[in-house]
Design a binder for this molecule. Structure first.
Ligand code: NAD
Ligand code: LMR
Length: 341
């Protein structure tokens, strides 16, 4: 009837009002490591996000310049730069989402675990400050090795009495971004339509793309194609490290992935329904305490951790069993570091 059509239109327009940028709630996002290779393009992308009202850019050096530069862009977010530990509290205060790309990146020949010694301490001190200055913020951990830095963060927050497992995320979105790109190329489907869950962790064989659940489905891919796509996704980070030949790891594609994930967190906080992304979170879908899988994001962070689906292929089942010992060791290493230090 005309009446119900009008009601539907009314509901649609009030939804639009609720989620449109001019009436979107105030949201502060802090980026820690904002002057780095990821931090700078991520600052740019967050400045372009209409859901952000305040953008705090923190680093040990260089943030005044990045903030002055990005701050001239005529979008909603008010930008401020903070430099040095004495300004970290101000950067964090009132943050809804804290994104952490602080730390050293890989050079050719290194594994992500080779970054542990330096990055574990950086992450520990930043998370100690988060517990003090914005204990209820959603944390997006980018610093590697993610399989260990997320458990470190959880232990730091537990010690401080602020841990909320629904608000701690390891950012694995780049694995999904890569799996989508590589699958679209091979299956010859439009990349914008592609979805591929990626589960497990964020290093080598712990990255497990579930191409059997990829959409649009493709009947043309042979087992060998799936194996090659899986390997390329698992080695995507190394492909970039080698191509950059000593000048670091993925920064631009990571900034894109980090911006997608932070946007999903903001939409969830704002009450937008059905926001689902893969992320490395506290989990009980396997015997491991942390695991990446699809999660539904909401007002409290993680609203639901989805299982792996009923339809793993034999190749994926084998990959799942093979990744568990390495992922467990990386998780245990992070927990031990946080307990001992
Ligand atoms: P980068 O060296 O270009 O930038 C890192 C920044 O962190 C620098 O500006 C540095 O000053 C800053 N920093 C160091 N210690 C700090 C501290 N205590 N507080 C605040 N800032 C601090 O490195 P990058 O290429 O931006 O990579 C950063 C991290 O992200 C690396 O650990 C890398 O391995 C990781 N990474 C993760 C993913 C992922 O998918 N999760 C993807 C790419 C890179
Ligand atoms: C990536 O996947 O690109 C990052 O984890 C960086 C790296 O060291 O590979």
């Amino acid at each position: 009837s005309i009446e119900s059509a009008l009601r539907r239109r009314g509901a649609a327009s009030s939804n639009r009002r609720l989620f449109s940028s001019d009436s979107a709630p105030e949201r502060k996002v802090a980026i820690l490591g904002a002057a780095g290779g990821i931090g700078q393009p991520l600052a740019l992308l967050m400045k372009l996000n209409p859901l952000v009202s305040n953008l705090a850019l923190y680093d040990i050096a260089g943030t005044p310049g990045v903030a002055a530069d990005v701050g001239h862009i005529n979008t909603r977010a008010q930008v401020a730069g903070y430099v040095g530990e004495e300004q970290l509290g101000k950067a964090l205060e009132g943050s809804d989402v804290v994104i952490i790309p602080a730390g050293v990146p890989r050079k050719p020949g290194m594994t992500r675990d080779d970054l542990f010694n330096i990055n574990a301490s950086i992450v520990k001190s930043l998370c100690t400050a988060i517990a003090k200055y914005c204990p209820s913020a959603v944390v997006n951990m980018i610093s590697n090795p993610v399989n260990s830095t997320v458990p470190i963060a959880s232990e730091v927050f537990k010690k401080a009495g602020t841990y909320d497992e629904k608000k701690l995320f390891g950012v694995t979105t780049l694995d999904v971004v890569r799996a989508k790109t590589f699958y679209a190329g091979k299956a010859k489907v439009p990349v914008a339509d592609v979805n591929v869950p990626v589960v497990g962790g964020h290093a080598g064989i712990t990255i497990l793309p579930l191409f059997s659940q990829a959409t649009p489905a493709s009947n043309d891919l042979a087992t060998e194609d799936i194996k090659a796509l899986t390997k390329r996704t698992q080695d995507g980070g190394t492909e970039v490290v080698e191509a950059k030949a000593g000048k670091g790891s993925a920064t631009l594609s990571m900034a894109y992935a980090g911006a997608i994930f932070a946007d999903a967190c903001l939409k969830g906080l704002n009450g937008v329904p059905d926001i689902v992304e893969c992320s490395f979170v506290q989990s009980s879908i396997t015997e491991l305490p942390f695991f990446a899988s699809k999660v539904r994001l909401g007002k409290n962070g993680v609203e639901e951790v989805f299982g792996l689906g009923s339809s793993l292929s034999d190749y994926e089942k084998e990959g799942l069993e093979n990744l568990k010992p390495e992922l467990k060791a990386s998780i245990d290493k992070g927990i031990k570091f946080a307990k001992d230090n």
